[in-house]
Design a protein around this ligand. Structure first.
Ligand code: WTA
Length: 661
């Protein structure tokens, strides 16, 4: 593992405007530094206070942090709470209860508003329906839903009865869904007949049927189907029921079930460095604290704010900053069903104007594609809309390049809105390194400084601290409340992946390379240092894609997958393939490449389709048979090979692999 990279020199600094500083909760750098000091001086006392101030406990905790079985850390573990009560019931009897919780804009532009009171009733009723289906505390429930109010209701209803949800992104294949149902031991799947995206009706329930037909889903008893569109779908008698059927006659009142702080609120599958996705398990207490706290710290959320996070609930960002955080903070949020480029690439800007969005949170990939669209079609440039309601902009999911940052700052933020470039991961539960909008001077391309209490550092392979300016591995040296608790069903993999022995077994290894600037000590993330790719902000394992390719046993003998930089998607998937037949060229190569792309889409999902597929008679290997991935990365980038190839068994194939299809 090595992440040494040249240090990009970025001299532009944008301090927050004075009025913003004055109005903010954490006002000015001195206030931020004071919080950091508090956390350093009395680590447990600091977190105990935050947990008391920000979470409603049904039973107060007496222990803050239990490190006796590190790295299986426990936070607030003798405390009890309910996550849904912390998002909904908490607001009953306060002015928030009659405020809008969700402004839902459907794909076709139809807008629906749901108040906190109404949302509580819908969640209560759905929770009762789940109970009537025999779903109980501790059961696992898969949610395979479009971006709709119903998706959030399903998540909240699971939390309300203490069932552990596992949301699977609606773009994943039947095979991926099947594996997750089996791994989680799910008793139910909550889905919709179809999803609407870009004016198209795309099947969801049919994919659930395929997933179950693949076999092995022995724990599964029930499939609940939200009829998003009037189009009928297959319904298996006894197993499948529509929302209408199960909600009928159910009361809207459902007492939230108190669970221990460490009770698994959810499992979310994400890619790692092996072929099998990891079920990242999160707690209830520590996670919820983080969702609420970061809404306050990073977005400085205020009663009049209209918050819009564009992430899908199938990703961690859609968990923390759609399904839980905004509700725990009592905010009004926009939920959008569709896609940013339909009916045209002005959709986001139009929606910001229409809903008077004040805090907007999206991914660099979306920004880059909207820049491209605005450059080719002036009609979709953000200047055509009134974006003056905006006060804070956010970025998440991948490094934001300084050019995109500047465009976002100028054309969306009107040079007035601070940009919070939030670094975090599925495993961290919420933001860990990010600017604070009323304190931190921002620098394009930098996620700046860790939140108070996050002991982030950059180290070498042995865990030794590196000086500013030197690139190395990003670690977090002390536990934090919302950290991953384990990998579902695989505690050994949890220890091995995140807490390497060489570093003492207690330091969290993020899997990213990073460098701190020499002047301010600001962090800049240089990208993954493991076998994880980040394509359009979506995590994909190279091994996952390789296993998918070689599982096409009639065609593929061997495959190696690497990432290469891409202007639009950040990284693109590049696959090198050896077939069980002579190396194809010309039209035949194109045809087979397409066949393989569709195969990967079927095995994992369309997001994993390799952009580039190259065929060779062999792969570049050392004499001991190891695939030289570094060489493949250079070939994928189109670089001249400068590495020493003398140890290569078969140098001639390099030329073959450089040929594009
Ligand atoms: C990357 C998404 C640079 C990083 C919340 C990380 C980022 C991976 C940033 C996690 C950022 C996320 N700057 N890189 N602001 N945010 N990343 O689990 O490589 O889907 O390890 O969580 O995305 O992706 P995940």
């Amino acid at each position: 593992m090595s992440a040494i990279e040249s240090v990009l020199v970025e001299n532009r600094v944008f301090p927050p405007q004075e009025a913003a500083v004055k109005a903010a909760r954490i006002s000015g750098m001195a206030a931020y530094e004071a919080l950091c000091r508090q956390a350093e001086q009395d680590f447990q006392g600091f977190w105990a206070q935050q947990a008391r101030d920000n979470v409603v406990w049904t039973r107060p905790f007496s222990r803050t942090l239990d490190e006796s079985n590190a790295p299986f850390y426990k936070w607030f573990d003798d405390g009890e709470l309910n996550a849904s009560a912390n998002c909904l019931d908490k607001h009953v009897g306060t002015p928030v209860e009659n405020e809008t919780a969700i402004v839902f804009e459907a794909d076709d532009g139809t807008v629906t508003r749901v108040t906190y009171k109404e949302l509580l009733a819908r969640v209560g009723q759905f929770a009762n329906a789940l109970k009537a289906q025999g779903i109980r505390k501790g059961d696992r429930v898969i949610i395979y839903m479009p971006m709709t109010v119903e998706g959030v209701v399903a998540m909240q209803a699971c939390a309300r009865i203490g069932a552990t949800h596992s949301v699977v992104f609606g773009g994943f294949s039947a095979k991926a869904l099947n594996e997750r149902i089996i791994d989680a031991g799910a008793v139910a799947v909550i889905t919709a007949n179809f999803q609407m995206r870009g004016g198209k009706e795309l099947p969801l329930k049919a994919i659930v049927d395929d997933a179950i037909a693949m076999g092995g889903c022995t724990t599964l008893r029930t499939v609940l189907v939200y009829m998003r569109t009037p189009t009928a779908c297959n319904m298996a008698a006894g197993r499948d029921k529509t929302f209408d059927e199960v909600l009928k006659g159910q009361s809207a009142e459902c007492t939230p079930v108190s669970v221990g702080a460490e009770h698994p609120l959810f499992i979310l599958y994400t890619s790692g460095s092996t072929g099998k996705p990891k079920g990242v398990q999160h707690s209830t207490g520590g996670y919820l604290l983080w969702a609420k706290l970061t809404m306050d710290w990073t977005f400085d959320i205020q009663p009049k704010d209209v918050f819009w996070c564009t992430a899908d609930i199938g990703w961690i960002t859609g968990h923390t900053y759609v399904a839980y955080g905004p509700l725990a903070a009592g905010a009004t949020q926009v939920i959008f069903e569709g896609i940013p480029t339909w009916p045209d690439a002005g959709r986001f800007w139009q929606m910001i104007q229409k809903h008077k969005v004040t805090v907007f949170y999206t991914a660099p990939t979306a920004i880059r594609s909207l820049i491209k669209a605005a450059e080719t079609d002036a009609k979709v440039h953000p200047r055509n809309w009134d974006l003056s309601s905006l006060r804070i902009l956010g970025s998440v999911g991948e490094p934001i390049n300084p050019e995109a940052w500047m465009w976002y700052h100028k054309n969306v933020g009107g040079e007035r809105c601070p940009i919070v470039d939030t670094f975090w991961q599925t495993e961290t539960g919420g933001h860990v390194i990010t600017p604070l909008p009323g304190a931190t001077p921002t620098v394009p391309g930098s996620c700046t400084l860790p939140l108070p209490g996050i002991m982030a550092a950059i180290v070498d392979e042995t865990g030794k601290d590196l000086p500013n300016g030197a690139g190395g591995m990003l670690v977090i040296k002390r536990p934090w409340p919302s950290m991953i608790r384990t990998i579902w069903g695989d505690p050994e993999r949890f220890k091995k992946s995140y807490f390497p022995e060489e570093m003492g077994g207690r330091t969290y290894l993020a899997g990213d390379g990073a460098v701190r600037s020499s002047d301010r000590g600001y962090f800049r993330i240089t990208g993954r240092i493991d076998d994880v790719l980040n394509v359009s902000g979506h995590r994909l394992g190279t091994m996952e894609i390789e296993s998918a390719l070689v599982s096409k046993t009639d065609l593929v003998a061997e495959a190696a997958v690497v990432g290469r930089p891409d202007d639009l998607t950040g990284e693109a998937v590049c696959a090198f393939v050896v077939l069980k037949r002579p190396r194809p060229v010309g039209e035949e190569a194109k045809k087979i490449a397409n066949e393989l792309r569709n195969w990967v889409a079927k095995e994992i999902g369309p997001i994993a389709k390799p952009k580039d597929i190259r065929f060779g008679d062999n792969l570049p290997k050392t004499r001991s048979g190891k695939i030289m991935r570094r060489l493949l990365r250079s070939i994928a980038k189109g670089e001249a090979i400068t590495q020493d190839t003398s140890t290569l068994e078969n140098p001639a194939i390099l030329e073959q692999l450089a040929e594009k299809n």
